[in-house]
Design a protein. Structure first.
Length: 113
């Protein structure tokens, strides 16, 4: 049985709290026009921002079968080019990596050297 994005998000939010991150999640809501997130600007901004001890993480959570939109990928590509920002797409299968990184382990930027 695969983990839903909702259950995965809940587990990640618990981990963020346990590890002492300040975080926010931009939650979409269902409207008569479909799912919408009340933000101005360009579509696709990753759903989560988390900060702790000088680290700035931005990430998108997806179910194992969830698709990353072209707008999301564009934001992620641009954010990965910003100094000091760690940007990720995580799925339930990435749980061990996610925990390691949030605990202060190697980030993608350290692998890019």
């Amino acid at each position: 049985m695969s983990t839903s994005e909702k259950d995965f998000s809940s587990a990640v939010e618990d981990l963020l709290d346990i590890l002492g991150y300040k975080w926010c999640h931009f939650r979409p809501a269902r409207t008569e026009h479909g799912w919408r997130t009340a933000l101005s600007g360009h579509k696709g901004m990753p759903d989560y921002i988390a900060v702790k001890d000088g680290r700035f993480l931005v990430f998108e959570l997806k179910s194992d079968s969830g698709k990353v939109s072209s707008e999301q990928q564009d934001w992620i590509d641009k954010l990965k080019n910003c100094k000091g920002i760690e940007c990720y797409i995580w799925r339930p299968a990435d749980w061990d990596e996610l925990v390691r990184i949030m605990q202060g382990g190697n980030s993608w930027a350290e692998y890019a050297k």
